[in-house]
Ligand binder design. Sequence first.
Ligand SMILES: [Mg+2]
Length: 269
Amino acid sequence: MLGNKKLFLFDIDGTIALGPKLFDGSHQLLSYIEKELGRAYFISNNSTKSEADYVKYFYSNFRYRTTANRFVTSGYVTLEYLKQHFRGGNLFVIGTESFKQELRQNKFTVTDSANLSVDCVLVAFDRELTYRKLENACTILANTNVPFLATNPDLRCPMTSNYIPDCGAICQILTSTIGKVPIYLGKPSRTICDICIERTNYTPEETLVIGDRLYTDIACGINAGVDTCVLYSGEATPDEVARSEYRPTYAFDNVKQLYEALKKASSQA
Ligand SMILES: [Mg+2]
């Protein structure tokens, strides 16, 4: 039931904002949740921003004050996974210099050359991608059996007036070439959702995942066994929902409509 929800896990782009512009109603909804209902968390498949970066970004662009523990990103989940499975290891990474820097700060050795003795191949969103990096990834994947990991399966990243290739599209080049499919660590893996529930004392029944993309946001909530809500302010359309295997529990045109529905539902609960 919508009226019983206390923990709200929001995707960011296409859900509460587009780029630096917050959607009408987002601020009111987030403040209402924090004041009256429970907690608003942000779950993002963007691995290029740290939690601290997001806190600054939310204040400077959205005038919304929050704290780093309210963000769980695919970058964070990836780092936790790597620490658990490859502590101090040697990683082949397709990713930005700043992403690689963060891995080095966490005591990993990072390379993008065709070194066959690496412990795994990791792909992230990379606006500094070169053909050489792809070529080297193919050499390692074709000649070894090391794990093939990726931060997130999103195919495209929304910009203000177009889309650009995201991590999932880069992985598809490698999959088309070598035939291997990565393990994706961000949404739709349930881990991101589980971390948010663990950080609060709320139950899965009290949790709602809100997003605009079916195969990441909605699938993540379904995998974690919590209710989901699609907003048609980003990628998904009612037609796509009707054809999809990922069926959200609730659907609204935008964040403002969700706000109205929540106010109504919680006054009746
Ligand atoms: Mg989105």
